[in-house]
Design a protein around this ligand. Structure first.
Ligand code: MG
Length: 424
């Protein structure tokens, strides 16, 4: 760096000395349960100053660990901490082939850690550096379900009584697609074929609207209700379910289509006004950019740690703002508190915010990750500390290492009566 550039840098950093990445740690833990959490801790040339990011991938954690330890980590050594955007861009192009979940997980670990460091250095929470608060706390939606209409209603009423205003209602036994499964062994099946519970699209489309009709008739229209199809429908069945749910005024219908079928959102738009939320399995911007810019959806559901961290998610929120689309960042029970906090900092500082998926953690997680955010009466609260506002007790994490998962950690496969695969 020449003398003029050095002076400019000094002015920009208020005379703080140049800061470089001097080391990294990959910390993988079960969180004291069955989580598959991976954190990247970046160490800097300032003693005691470090950042933490989430690189979580529930289904392929060991691939992410290798990508961090063997590839991204060594590349980061000696790099300048201040240059988050430059590091994000150059880290993305470093692998030549970019995007995809593993690459975005490792970028996310780096990016969140860099924002954490910048905030600590500035003495500010990350949301202050993103423009400051535009709301007082972050509204979240609750998860409930019922085995029948009555228990679904009871679950909604219990959630309302606990202070929740936004409530996602799932139905039927086990997993997603409840209401659309033919029980194990029943139905007309191929000889010697698949005998497990079998998903049936038309059965699902016939069942779910009746659940919401019942809940609305008893609970009224005060609760904001959501439902997640988890990509189980195809083509016109997705259009038809969206149309049949219109009278029950959902806050949003989630992933009525898989990423492979997103062109059908045009057809949905032509027949009904049920708001559409999409994108928890997206990892490439080209999956969500056309949906946002053509206004084919209402909420973008990306997971921060699957899309590369705060830097790209903040850009996505800004893109959404200009097109009237909102954000509804994904959490899910497998996610970690660092990821939830990264979403929080964008949520609380973005006018494109729509809703945040809730996540809550057992006491051991609050002990392992001091600063883990809390939800009270449907609102998520951060702690206002500099950076992301969270730390990691490495000794406790080491006592709870990442475990090998059955079947290599694979997501369970749903099938139809004839044994064909259903998209999750
Ligand atoms: Mg979902």
């Amino acid at each position: 760096m020449n003398a003029a550039a050095q002076q400019q840098e000094q002015r920009a950093t208020r005379g703080l000395p140049p800061l470089t990445i001097t080391g990294f740690k990959v910390i993988a833990t079960s969180g004291g349960g069955n989580y598959h959490w991976i954190f990247l801790k970046l160490l800097t040339s300032e003693p005691g100053l470090y950042g933490i990011g989430s690189a979580g991938n529930h289904f392929q954690p060991f691939a992410v660990i290798a990508a961090l330890e063997k590839h991204l980590g060594p590349w980061l050594i000696g790099k300048q901490v201040d240059r988050i955007e430059d590091l994000w861009q150059s880290a993305q192009y470093r692998t030549y082939w970019r995007n995809g979940p593993i690459n975005n997980n490792v970028l996310s670990g780096m990016d969140m850690a860099l924002w954490d460091i910048k905030g600590k250095r500035a003495g500010m929470p990350v949301y202050e550096m993103l423009g400051g608060k535009v709301r007082d706390a972050v509204p979240c939606y609750d998860h409930v379900g019922g085995q029948d209409k009555e228990s679904a209603l009871a679950a909604v009423q219990k959630s309302m009584a606990a202070g929740w205003r936004y409530i996602r209602v799932q139905y039927g036994a086990g997993g997603y697609g409840g209401g659309g499964f033919i029980p194990a062994g029943q139905g007309t099946r191929p000889e010697g074929g698949y005998q497990g519970a079998a998903f049936d699209e038309e059965l699902y489309v016939d069942t779910i609207p009746g659940v919401f009709e019942y809940v609305r008739s008893k609970a009224g229209f005060t609760p904001k209700l959501l439902h997640d199809v988890h990509s189980h429908l195809s083509g016109m069945n997705a259009v038809e379910l969206s149309r049949r749910l219109q009278p029950y005024q959902l806050f949003f219908l989630e992933d009525v289509l898989a990423p492979e079928l997103i062109q059908y959102y045009r057809q949905i738009r032509q027949v009904c006004t049920t708001p559409q939320a999409v994108g928890e399995v997206f990892s490439h911007p080209y999956e969500y950019v056309p949906l946002v810019t053509e206004r084919l959806i209402d909420y973008v559901r990306c997971r921060v740690s699957a899309t590369g961290g705060i830097t790209p998610i903040k850009k996505l929120a800004t893109l959404c703002e200009y097109f009237g689309v909102k954000t509804a960042f994904q959490e899910g029970g497998d996610n970690d508190p660092v990821n939830l906090l990264a979403a929080y900092h964008v949520d609380i500082s973005s006018t494109a915010f729509g809703i945040q998926e809730e996540n809550h953690f057992p006491p051991i997680v609050h002990e392992m990750l001091p600063g883990t955010p809390e939800i009270r009466k449907g609102y998520l609260y951060g702690n206002g500390k500099p950076g992301l506002g969270i730390d990691l007790n490495e000794q406790l994490a080491a006592k709870h290492p990442l475990k090998e998962a059955p079947r290599g950690g694979a997501y369970p496969t749903d099938r139809t009566l004839d044994g064909a695969v259903v998209r999750p």
